[in-house]
Design a protein around this ligand. Structure first.
Ligand code: ITT
Length: 189
């Protein structure tokens, strides 16, 4: 089976990607591939940061690599935390910080989206796609699945943290982007 190295230190992203690519690619983590790097993500867009991560690992392994840069964009906060989603607060404080900032915001102004850029690099060059997931910020944390901001991101009737892994992947920004990239890699679309 073809090997694909996922340039991430985030175990949750790796798990979600494996659920989509398993059976077709052997998805190796950076750790599996023996790569220890954490390049500075100083791009101003998700796509730029994903390319920084993919290039850093590709330069070392010289195997096909994918990288993900993603985050939560909240309309009433002018798109924050956006590309700063990982650094916005410690992991166990991220949701509470957003809920505090949104406490006086009415229902119709709580719209938000997750965005995910996926970059793939192999010997033929760089390919880039992105996916979105449109939803709303809830009023409290609900659910224990997923990671990051999932407990406060409401899609339809549930938060992403109340969904099973399959349910989340079917609608998520990462699921959408990975499926697009899968088609590009396997069918040349
Ligand atoms: P790598 O850079 O090693 O891939 P990271 O966690 O630092 O891992 P990012 O720089 O892309 O990844 O930051 C994305 C952050 O946005 C992530 O840490 C979460 O807090 C949040 N995020 C991204 N996708 C998410 C999802 O599906 N559900 C909830 N939060 C998400």
């Amino acid at each position: 089976m073809n090997k694909l190295v996922f340039a991430t230190n985030n175990e949750n992203k790796l798990r979600e990607a494996r659920e989509i690519f398993d059976g077709i690619f052997e998805v190796l983590s950076q750790h599996d591939a023996g790569v220890y790097c954490d390049p500075e993500e100083n791009g101003s867009t998700f796509a730029e940061n994903a390319e920084i991560k993919a290039k850093a690992v590709y330069d070392i392994v010289k195997l096909p690599v994918i990288a993900d840069d993603s985050g939560l964009c909240i309309d009433v906060l002018d798109g924050r935390p956006g590309v700063y989603s990982a650094r916005y607060a410690p992991d166990d404080e991220k949701c509470a910080k957003i809920l505090a900032e949104m406490k006086d915001i009415p229902d119709d102004k709580r719209t938000a989206y997750f965005e995910c850029a996926i970059v793939y690099i192999d010997e033929n060059g760089v390919k880039s796609v992105s996916g979105k997931c449109m939803g709303k910020i809830g009023y409290e944390e609900c659910g224990t699945n997923g990671f990051g901001y999932d407990p406060i991101f409401v899609y339809g009737e549930k938060t992403l943290a109340e969904m099973t892994a399959d349910e989340k992947n079917a609608v998520s920004h990462r699921g959408n982007a990975l499926r697009l990239m899968y088609d590009i890699i396997t069918k040349g679309e």
